[in-house]
Design a protein. Structure first.
Length: 257
């Protein structure tokens, strides 16, 4: 691994196949301490399922609920990061440890949650503005979106919407890749230092991180597509794997603790 120097941290280069190793380590953590992971998956499965059932006839409510779930997932995963951190130290981890992290009152996590909220709201507003600007008809239901946007015969709206959504998702991925594990692991680190380190990791590992992003999207889609039941396994797996990704991608710096 080739380190790239940061004022306080070092980003590391990893192999393209490294994400598979992170998933394997995640399964090991799930076997050693299954209860917190099941609880995380259950929370997102019940929340996501209830919200989508409530909004199933309104496309824009579904889009808003998707934004909420994408915002909550990284913050909820802090409990799983703490479990993985304790397990790597051979400490006994319990459900109460996740609650301790959630109730820690770390203002940096609150600030980051606000940024995620603004980004999610920005995607929703831009999507609505784009569709309203380019469509002669209005989109109200999921069927309207499929018929008027996805199935339209002419090149344009759907492709631009996908490009815009992909760009915004890429920016969020680059900003969140290792940010929350960094904040959890380095109490004196500022939010902007953590975000900057996350971007440095992306710059050093563009192809490996593209593979990791594709795996995240694939498993998330499988979890949601299984009527949210798959999230019971997907959420803890991706949460624990994200911690091990952080451990590989960012060098440990005792002076930052």
């Amino acid at each position: 691994m080739t380190p790239t120097h940061h004022p306080r941290l070092e980003a590391r280069e990893v192999e393209m196949s490294r994400p598979i190793h992170w998933l394997a380590l995640a399964w090991r953590d799930m076997e050693r301490c299954p209860t917190p992971g099941v609880m995380h998956g259950l929370i997102l499965a019940l929340t996501g399922g209830a919200l989508f059932w409530y909004a199933r006839h309104d496309f824009w409510w579904i889009a808003a609920m998707l934004s909420v779930c994408m915002m909550l997932a990284p913050l909820l995963a802090t409990g799983l990061y703490e479990i993985s951190r304790m397990l790597e130290r051979d400490e006994e981890a319990t459900l109460s440890d996740t609650l301790r992290v959630w109730l820690s009152g770390d203002t940096r996590l609150g600030q980051f949650g606000l940024l995620l909220s603004l980004a999610s709201a920005g995607w929703l507003v831009c999507s609505a503005a784009l569709i309203h600007w380019m469509l002669p008809a209005s989109v109200y239901t999921p069927a309207d979106f499929v018929r008027l946007v996805v199935m339209q015969p002419h090149f344009g709206l759907f492709e631009i919407w996908v490009l815009m959504s992909s760009l915004m998702a890429s920016l969020m991925f680059a900003s969140t890749l290792v940010t929350i594990p960094l904040l959890l692991d380095h109490p004196t680190l500022t939010l902007w230092q953590a975000v900057g380190t996350s971007w440095r990791v992306i710059a050093l590992n563009p192809f490996a991180m593209a593979c990791w992003a594709a795996l995240l999207c694939l498993f998330t889609a499988l979890g949601i597509g299984s009527m949210f039941l798959g999230l019971l396994a997907v959420v803890p797996m991706l949460g624990h794997a994200s911690w091990h990704a952080y451990r590989d991608l960012v060098a440990y710096d005792p002076a930052a603790h």
